[in-house]
Design a protein around this ligand. Structure first.
Ligand SMILES: NC(=O)c1ccc[n+]([C@@H]2O[C@H](COP(=O)([O-])OP(=O)(O)OC[C@H]3O[C@@H](n4cnc5c(N)ncnc54)[C@H](O)[C@@H]3O)[C@@H](O)[C@H]2O)c1
Length: 305
């Protein structure tokens, strides 16, 4: 089928595009290259450089008439969202509203939306966090991604949009930008391979759910044919402290530089990991790549990138 992946020049979107191509689909990518790169575009995909909020995006929908739209384009940094709430909302709330409008106008059969499980729920009342947990984001980013979900929900109820929302835990893996502002594994890997010390936010005992990007791509593949009308967590169900991540990376890279501790990060949830039973039932999806294997693959990629 013909699929349009927004944000497909970015970290996660490029892996999703690759998985769709490998399954035999025709893949088009809409990306303004603000944080994405042409080098991330998998062979066989067609890149259309445009902003999702521009008139060109509408012309692209009109010309392509994609059967499925997979929406990954976003402002994906919690730090940027804290510095500029309005820009963050325009991209994540406004951008998703725009994609919903275009999807309805051009008869898209299905929309798949990359939401966040890590930044949506806020400080958990219970762990692991399932999809029925109250939604109380701690950051502008978590809030703007929620606004995107609310537009999808509204368009589904009122305009007949068919969608699946995937709420990812902390993604990691090849092509994550080590100069970016999210993604502790990418940042630490980049620094350690250069023999430089890493700075751990706070005491480093905060625990997050780290999910390998290839597993996320498989969830997006499954969502082509399942999960209609649902919001589904995509994670591993396990929390790992940042200190343990730093130790694993230090031993895998052979870095001798000691880690230092800095202040805790504003807007960061202390402990969160996701209950992914719904993904098992509805998408027949389970994570397959464990942390040590995923870290090894990430380092192997970073050594040659
Ligand atoms: N990285 C994570 O751990 C994580 C976790 C949960 C959810 N997500 C979500 O997954 C998606 C992808 O995140 P990522 O980490 O790959 O980030 P990324 O920055 O690598 O990818 C985002 C892509 O969107 C493009 N983009 C941004 N604004 C655009 C616009 N207005 N028009 C067209 N293209 C635009 C960027 O150029 C980039 O290629 C985002 O929606 C993010 O909110 C990421």
């Amino acid at each position: 089928m013909r699929i349009l992946v927004t944000g497909g020049a970015g970290f996660i979107g490029s892996h999703v595009a690759e998985a769709y191509l490998a399954a035999g689909h025709e893949v088009h990518i809409l990306d303004n290259l603000s944080t994405g790169h042409g080098r991330n575009i998998p062979q066989g995909a067609t890149l259309h450089v445009a902003d999702m909020l521009s008139e060109e995006a509408r012309s692209l929908f009109a010309a392509l008439r994609p059967e499925v739209v997979n929406h990954h384009a976003a402002q994906a940094s919690v730090k940027v969202s804290t510095a500029d709430a309005v820009r963050d909302l325009a991209q994540n709330g406004g951008g998703t509203a725009r994609i919903c409008e275009l999807a309805v106008e051009f008869g898209v059969r299905k929309l798949i939306y990359a939401s966040t499980g890590g930044a949506l729920y806020g400080d958990p009342e219970r762990l692991p966090v399932d999809e029925s947990h109250p939604i109380r984001p701690l950051s502008n980013y978590g809030n703007s991604k929620r606004v995107g979900e609310l537009y999808i929900d509204l368009f589904a109820r009122e305009r007949g949009l068919n969608a699946t929302v995937l709420r990812y835990a902390n993604a990691y893996g090849p092509r994550q930008d080590p100069n970016g502002e999210a993604g502790v594994i990418a940042i630490f890997t980049g620094l350690m391979l250069e023999g430089r010390p890493v700075t751990i936010d706070g005491d480093g005992e905060q625990m997050k759910d780290y999910v390998y990007v290839g597993d996320i791509a498989r969830a997006n593949l499954a969502a082509l044919a399942a999960g209609d009308g649902l919001a589904i967590n995509i994670g591993t169900g396990q929390g790992t402290p940042v200190n343990a991540i730093a130790a694993a990376l230090q031993s895998a890279t052979g870095s001798a530089a000691a880690a230092v501790h800095g202040p805790p990060r504003a807007g960061d949830v202390r402990n969160i990991w996701l209950d992914c039973a719904l993904a098992g039932r509805e998408l027949n999806w389970r994570p397959e790549v464990g942390l040590s294997e995923g870290i090894a693959r990430t380092i192997e990629w970073a050594r040659t990138a």
